[in-house]
Design a protein around this ligand. Structure first.
Ligand code: PGA
Length: 255
């Protein structure tokens, strides 16, 4: 099974010229495309410029967010100032969209909004990278209930015939960003089993097994290889480390 590596550039780099420079360096990385599929998620404003000018086959593109409502083709007004629809993202050259990322949830996105976003992404024929993860851990195991509810609600609009088009990204929020470190391999393995069990209870065994589980949160060139070796982990969401071409290159080459 090919591993999927998602580069989440977040709100970086500072301008289009830098974004083009970064992608020019990234696209020179040589890696085994039989083993790895790479999805680059630049800020939406850079996406069309980067994705449409890319002629190769080694990289695919994703957006970091989307609005949950459909683009109304006729009659309606599309009155949603400042928003970008799934159709627009697809037209810009993307095939994936991050849905429910922790940093969006931190500024008010809830499970229902994320569920509707996933619905729109699927409707437009793209793959939602559905992000879930507990905010903190507690000794009583409340975090497991939190995560289960988050998964159930965020997947609530995925129809059975769409399950195979989705991916789930497990990102424990307490491991994301500067000053944090990745979860231990043992803990990730336990969480993979837990997440798989929830997916099985929603969609049944065979569909649930078709949803790749990715891990995110302080992935770097030192830990990526071991995390990818964990049974059941089929990819990584890489934030900070995806902005440093040498580090990102090592992550891809290590696979
Ligand atoms: P990080 O971010 O790798 O910088 O921790 C991961 C993410 O995109 O959430």
């Amino acid at each position: 099974m090919r591993k999927t590596i998602v580069a989440n550039w977040k709100m970086n780099p500072e301008n289009l010229a830098e974004a083009k420079k970064l992608f020019a360096a990234v696209k020179k990385i040589k890696f085994d495309t039989k083993k790895v599929s790479v999805v680059v998620c630049p800020p939406a404003i850079y996406l069309p410029e980067i994705a449409r000018n890319y002629r190769g086959k080694s990289f695919q593109f994703g957006a970091q967010n989307v609005i949950w409502s459909e683009n109304q083709k006729k009659s309606a007004s599309n009155a949603l100032t400042g928003e970008i629809s799934a159709e627009m993202i697809k037209d810009a050259g993307a095939e994936y969209v991050l849905v429910g990322h922790a940093e969006r949830r931190a500024i008010g996105e809830n499970n229902m909004m994320a569920a509707k976003k996933a619905e729109q992404v699927l409707r437009s024929g793209m793959t939602p990278l559905i992000c879930v993860g507990e905010i903190e851990r507690d000794l009583q195991g409340e975090y497991l209930k939190f995560l289960e509810e988050e998964i159930r609600e965020t997947f609530s609009k995925v129809k059975k015939n769409q399950v195979r088009k989705t991916m789930i990204v497990y990102e424990p929020v307490w491991t994301i960003g500067a000053g944090h470190s990745a979860m231990s391999e043992h803990e990730i393995y336990q969480m993979v089993i837990f997440i798989r069990k929830i997916l099985v209870s929603i969609f049944g065994r065979s569909l649930a097994m078709s949803v790749p589980i990715l891990y995110g949160g302080s992935v770097d060139n030192e830990n990526s290889k071991n995390i990818l070796a964990i049974e059941g982990i089929e990819g990584l969401l890489v934030g900070r480390a995806s902005l440093h071409t040498n580090t990102f290159s090592e992550i891809l080459k290590n696979i």
